[in-house]
Each structure stands twice: as C-alpha cells, then as structure tokens.
Design a protein around this ligand. Structure first.
Ligand code: ADP
Ligand code: MG
Length: 191
C-alpha cells in the first residue's frame, strides 16, 4: 500500500507537472514541475528495479532518490520528508507522516504561514493525528494550499518577491496536496 501511495504520487505529479511549473513561474523560477517529475520518474524506476525488505526500506530509497535527483529547494525537503517518515513508519502512518512534516520544517527552518508546502502538510498531519477520514484529511490539505494565495512568501525563492508574491498559489503547497491526495486514494481508512 505504501508502494501504491508513492506510485500514485508520481503519477499525479507527472500529470500535473505543467501546472506546477506554471505556478512556479509566477513566484519562482519555473522548475517545480520539471524538478519533481524528474525525481518521481527516477523513483518509479527504482521501485520497478528493486525488491525491498519492507516499507521502511522502500521509503528510505524514495527519500534518497529524491535528494539525489530533484535539486532546488524542494528536493532536499521532499527527500527529508520520506527519510524521516521511513524512520517513524513502525509507529503507524499518521506518526510517519508527522515525522516527515517535522523533518521538512527542521530542514527548511520553516513553519506554517510562510507560503510553503508546510501550509498544506501541517493541517493534513493534524487531521490524520486526530483520526479524521481521508476525505477530511485531503480537504484540510486543500484548504491549507488555497490559504497560501493571500500570504507573503517568507521562505525560498518566492520570498525574494516580498509583497509581489501575494495573490499566487504556492507551488510546493500544491505538489504536497498531491502527496495527500495520493494517500487518500491508496491507503486504508485507518492507515
Ligand atoms: P526552487 O525554489 O529551488 O526552485 P522548487 O521550485 O522545486 O525549488 O520548490 C519550490 C517550493 O519549495 C516552494 O513553493 C515552497 O513550497 C517550497 N519551499 C521552499 N523553501 C522552503 C522552506 N524553507 N521550507 C518549506 N518549503 C519550502
Ligand atoms: Mg523553483
């Protein structure tokens, strides 16, 4: 099921890559879709060619492949998400997801309200931890993503724009909502 989650995330990112790049062209350097789809294509190739002992090993590999292929700000951040999630998977999916999100915040020295992927990931982690259903978890991520529109970017390239970053959806909050959407459609209700 963890493998199905990752494969679905890859499928969604590759499908949405032009849109992610378009969002990044407004407040960044127009590479978020191409960065992530390159990384997730490499992830799928790794899944196709490797047999993993368990889901922890699989998620570790996902993290390592993303760190080495994505680049930019989002490569190390998504890589950290999966490496930290791998380390906490024994405690269940909500704990693994939370560990991944905390890893992004630590690595990015970032928090919610700064117009980043955390604005979608943190509400999703909270909803998961409080036992919400997948549709509710996804709705929390989507609401967090959409709430980035009026925010001033405080982290990453978009922060160079200052007030001019207002009025745009954050690309990373959009891609991380795809991560939640992929989980919602592949993982069991009590994951
Ligand atoms: P780059 O900005 O290097 O071109 P990408 O375009 O792939 O990298 O990713 C940009 C996204 O990364 C942003 O939309 C934002 O969501 C996320 N991001 C950037 N810096 C941080 C950070 N410090 N913490 C959390 N997320 C961040
Ligand atoms: Mg970019």
């Amino acid at each position: 099921m963890i493998e199905a989650w990752i494969r679905e995330f890859a499928r969604l990112v590759i499908e949405e890559a032009p849109r992610l790049t378009e969002l990044d062209s407004a407040i960044g350097d127009a590479d978020h879709g191409s960065n992530l789809s390159r990384g997730l294509t490499a992830v799928v190739a790794a899944l196709d060619s490797t047999t993993f002992d368990d889901d922890t090993a699989l998620l570790k590999k996902v993290g390592m492949v993303l760190v080495s292929t994505v680049g930019g700000a989002s490569g190390p951040l998504y890589g950290t998400f999966f490496l930290r999630a791998a380390g906490a998977l024994a405690g269940g999916f909500p704990a693994a997801f939370r560990a991944g999100v905390d890893g992004v915040a630590a690595r990015g020295k970032s928090t919610t309200g700064e117009k980043t992927m955390l604005d979608a990931l943190v509400p999703a982690a909270e909803a998961l931890e409080s036992g919400k259903s997948w549709p509710e978890v996804l709705a929390a991520a989507e609401a967090g993503r959409d709430a980035t529109i009026p925010l001033v970017a405080r982290k990453g390239r978009a922060s160079y724009l200052g007030e001019r970053s207002v009025g745009h959806l954050d690309p990373g909050a959009t891609s991380s909502t795809l991560l939640v959407a992929a989980a919602a459609s592949t993982l069991p209700p009590d994951a």
